[in-house]
Ligand binder design. Structure first.
Ligand code: F6P
Length: 362
């Protein structure tokens, strides 16, 4: 017999295609398959800090499966353990976790479903240690969450990046240019690896394999000599030259993960143009990769993940992270994923396959 009466759900961190599909699956599964009520918490942990909380019904989650973003809103700056507060014009960081626990108690929320990435799971781990019953659902376009083979949002981001790489081919070939496309992914090269292979990019640069710009330039020149007078380079935002550092676009101290990467594409393009004398352009895809409707694969994964979160709560499980292992949805202790990232192994079969079709990794 299920003893849980009310569950809260929140989406935290960057938005990601498929968040609404999880909210829908959590809400419908809870309302239809058990007698649980579902309470939506607005703007991630910020809504819990500020007590912005409202019930979710079947109506409120209807027609959202295919919609990008999140109907609950999200936030990647509000870590309750280190919440930025302005005191006499200066920023101070306060631990407001107690306020979150009070609001959970006030709304009689028995368990919390947290849909988020590694930063959100670190916060959630602390909630678990404080006795809150939490279930984590892994979200990120970066596909870098430890413990799961795949996160929802990744397939959509890969599909958008692949489409962009396909489209720049025309200009690169017609103008005999090199075009560098910078994709997201933080410290992981998954989006670059998959979209680079899918689009037949000539060069793929990922953070896990520091590049040598001489190798990239010589590769581009060789292609040119062989009559291929253009090259497409897919570079992950976290890529860096051997012995060098990542390019940081901004630092936000109010965020649990303060560093924002960006700009390596411009750097690679400038270096290649200087070394090869071939006209080189760079584009940064940015948040386009997180926008719009999720692809079918992400909708299916998100629905499975959301339903599994409720199945776990119904079964009396606590502190678990829903994960995909192979083709099976299962779960691990949430705290196991804390502080870890799932990077691309340098001996990954996809890297070998790409090298065998003459892709350069710098
Ligand atoms: O984690 C998702 C992600 O899109 C990363 O790929 C990127 O580095 C980061 O978020 C960008 O964050 P923001 O939306 O705060 O600029």
């Amino acid at each position: 017999m299920n003893r849980l009466k009310r569950i809260g759900v929140l989406t935290a961190g960057g938005d990601c295609p498929g968040l609404n599909a999880v909210i829908r699956a959590v809400t419908k599964s809870a309302l239809e398959q058990s007698d649980m009520e579902v309470i939506g918490i607005e703007d991630g942990f910020l809504g819990l800090i500020e007590n912005r909380i409202h019930p979710l019904t079947s109506e409120s989650v209807s027609n959202i499966l295919t919609v990008g973003g999140t109907i609950l809103g999200t936030n990647n700056k509000s870590d309750p353990r280190r919440f930025a507060v302005k005191v006499n014009g200066a920023i101070e960081y306060h631990n407001v976790t107690g306020r979150c626990l009070d609001h959970l108690a006030q709304h009689r929320i028995d368990a919390l479903v947290v849909i988020g990435g590694d930063g959100s799971m670190a916060i959630t781990s602390d909630f678990i240690r404080l006795g809150v019953n939490c279930i984590g659902v892994p979200k990120t376009i970066d596909n870098d969450l430890y413990g799961t083979d795949v996160t929802f949002g990744f397939a959509t981001a890969v599909s958008i990046a692949t489409d962009a790489l396909d489209r720049v081919h025309t200009t690169a070939a017609s103008h005999h240019r090199v075009i560098v496309v910078e994709v997201m992914g933080r410290n992981a090269g998954w989006i670059a690896l998959y979209s680079g292979i899918a689009s037949g990019s000539d060069v793929i640069l990922i953070p896990e394999i520091p590049y040598d710009i001489n190798v990239v330039s010589n590769f581009v020149l060789d292609r040119s000599k062989r009559g291929k007078r253009f090259s497409i380079i897919c570079v992950a935002e976290g890529a860096r030259p051997a012995g060098g550092t990542q390019v940081v676009s901004r630092v936000d101290p109010t965020s649990a993960d303060p560093v924002r990467l960006g700009g390596v594409g411009q750097k690679v393009a400038a270096d290649i143009e200087a070394m090869t004398e071939i006209e080189t352009r760079a584009i940064t895809l940015g948040h386009v990769q997180r926008g719009g409707t999720p692809v079918a694969e992400d909708r299916v994964l998100a629905t499975q993940f959301g339903n599994e979160a409720i199945e776990l709560l119904k079964a009396g499980e606590r502190g678990r992270l829903v994960v995909m292992k192979g083709r099976t949805v299962t779960h691990i202790p949430l705290e196991e994923a804390e502080g870890k990232q799932r990077l691309v192994p340098t001996d990954h079969p996809l890297i070998r396959a790409a090298r065998h079709v003459l892709t350069c990794f710098g």
